[in-house]
Design a binder for this molecule. Structure first.
Ligand SMILES: *Cc1c(COP(=O)(O)O)cnc(C)c1O
Length: 405
């Protein structure tokens, strides 16, 4: 008889979004007085930039001609030179030098964040921020690194509370030393971004203890304030302790197009082994690259024309974020984030539980949000509101929320 991976049975089983879906469907069935506005989703809504579409059309045509047809991408780290150079240039503009064979192109930061665990032993101690992007937690649970779930927490994970008191950035752990540390900045779900000084504390800690920082900067393109680092490699010492995940999903609207990349410095070694070499071996065995057409699309997103166009979409979302932040603040709520990220982290009034405030907004304002408690225990007392919606609908949602408070 085949035996299953028992760790899967320990997973509490997609609680957050299915439960939101269930409540929204039940409410919709009762003929709500107004059309629902969905500010719960973490997906983009603006179309691809024209420069990106043109590049895809052109590359698709090349695939239909014998001389320019491409099969497997056999380039170093699955990155065609044109895309690798474009990514290197983007880093160089921020003063970061990344070598040719340090950039691994993939189909998503979600897959890379999840798969990176393959190169680490099952007995590593893992630290996650709380609240957290659930992928980091669930993939470690599947690998047996999280222990057992007690209904609220996994008993082998170190939870690093991110609260209003610490500016939603984790303090160093005081008991156990984690081997793997997930940091997401700008953060999903809190919408806040770490400063260089904040990151430096963790880089120094990781270097001192031999830990690895798994740094997710999927939202770096939303950073609007000067001086906020876009990459962990802007912090001195990071190349000996960090892996960085980036994606075109949120920066260029590629959630349905699929292209991302992971940077693993060659200076990053543990137990005498190069993590870059291990990941290369892992990808070489379990992955076969991102389509030529899509890599051309990603290159176009980084071209001067593409940058202007994708920046317009980002500014559209950031303007929604401003509308939400200002509108809800004026309505008396305490609102965090939304300046360097497309997410607003909103304190519930009178500290009512997140699911109760979620229900209130759904039933009285017909606005769908995400209860903070779904992202971890420290998310209780908050809701996440996304800026990825339509501008007019976002304004209407803010008016409705203000009117019921
Ligand atoms: C959306 C998102 C990503 C991007 O994932 P892709 O697989 O590249 O679409 C990565 N990390 C976080 C925290 C996200 O919210």
């Amino acid at each position: 008889m085949a035996h299953i991976n028992q760790n899967f049975l320990k997973l509490p089983g997609g609680y957050l979004f299915p439960e939101i879906g269930r409540r929204v469907r039940a409410f919709s069935a009762q003929n709500p007085p107004m059309p629902l506005i969905r500010l719960g989703i973490g997906d983009v809504t603006q179309p691809l930039a024209p420069a990106v579409v043109d590049a895809m059309v052109k590359a698709s045509k090349e695939m239909g001609v014998k001389e320019t047809f491409r099969g497997y991408c056999e380039e170093t780290c699955y990155a065609y030179d044109f895309l690798r150079f474009a990514i290197q240039d983007a880093y160089r503009e921020r003063g970061v030098a990344i070598a040719d064979d340090e950039i691994f192109v993939s189909d998503g930061a979600k897959s890379d964040c999840g798969n990176i665990g393959d190169i680490f032993s099952a007995d590593n101690v893992v630290a996650v921020c709380d609240p957290v992007y659930p992928v980091y937690v669930d993939t470690n649970a599947m690998a047996g690194r999280a222990g057992d779930h007690d209904g609220e927490k996994w008993d082998s994970l170190i939870y690093l509370p991110c609260t209003a008191e610490n500016g939603f950035f984790p303090d160093l752990p005081t008991n156990k030393v984690p081997d793997l540390i997930y940091i997401c900045s700008p953060n999903n779900p809190t919408g806040t971004a770490a400063t260089k000084e904040q990151l430096k504390v963790w880089v120094d800690y990781a270097n001192a203890h031999g830990s690895i920082i798994l740094f997710d900067s999927a939202y770096e393109a939303f950073i609007s304030e000067e001086g906020v680092p876009h990459s962990i490699f802007e912090v001195e010492g990071a190349k000996t302790c960090a892996i960085e995940f980036r994606s075109f999903s949120k920066s260029a609207g590629f959630t349905g197009t699929r292209c991302a990349y992971t940077v693993i410095p060659k200076a990053l070694e543990r137990e005498g082994a190069s993590l870059n070499a291990l990941w290369n071996r892992r990808q070489g065995t379990k992955f076969n690259g991102v389509p030529y057409v899509i890599q051309r699309a990603a290159e176009a997103a980084l071209s001067p024309e593409g940058r202007v166009q994708t920046k317009a979409a980002i500014n559209y979302y950031l303007n929604n974020a401003k509308v939400i932040r200002e509108g809800l603040t004026a309505a008396g709520l305490t609102v965090y984030g939304g300046v360097n990220a497309p997410y607003l982290w909103v304190k519930t009034p009178d500290s009512i539980p997140s699911w109760d405030f979620f229900d209130l907004l759904l039933k009285k304002a017909c606005v769908v949000t995400t209860p903070g408690a779904g992202f971890g225990p420290s998310g209780e007392g908050y809701i996440r509101v996304t800026a990825f919606g339509d501008a007019e609908a976002t304004k209407e949602a803010v008016r409705r929320i203000a009117s019921i408070l």
